[in-house]
Design a protein. Sequence first.
Length: 191
Amino acid sequence: MVDTSPNALATLQRRAREAGVDELITAVQGDVDALIEVVPPESADLVLGHELLEVVDDAPRALAAMTVAAVPGGAVSVLVTGRHAAVLGRVLAGELTEARMVLTDAEGRFGPADKLRRRLDASALRALLDAEGLHLEVLQGDGVLDTWVPRAVRDGGPAATRAVAELEALAADVPALREVAVRLHALGRRV
């Protein structure tokens, strides 16, 4: 794993030890922009870029670096903040100006104070993967409906928890619902 955070790497190493897989994981402090300097090309079976593309300066360049790190046939998994969920969330919070900005801004930002550089919808995420020549295997929502379920329902005990989880699993692959997912997950294979 390559991460800029020493704390994240320490947590990874501890959890890997606890799971008995520490020999299978190498933790390296680094940045996606310099990924090729710390990870040899075509050396990883799986490359995760979760909650990364929305914070880097150059999302296509970051995805290109991740793709180069994957072996042919290897998987590149990205998880990004969903643009349309951000619009809906701001509408529900009464922040209509920010909702409008997220909806109309080219990068899905609500202004200069926004900590994210971009928010993506499914078509933008697909386009990024296509541009890298990745064969898209999965494009689904994460937090499609469970985020929108009222707290009183979620706190309704084990049966309610199961019902929400089952509904979420069903909704994750429905294209229209996927667009309101808090996060979008894509898995592409390097050809």
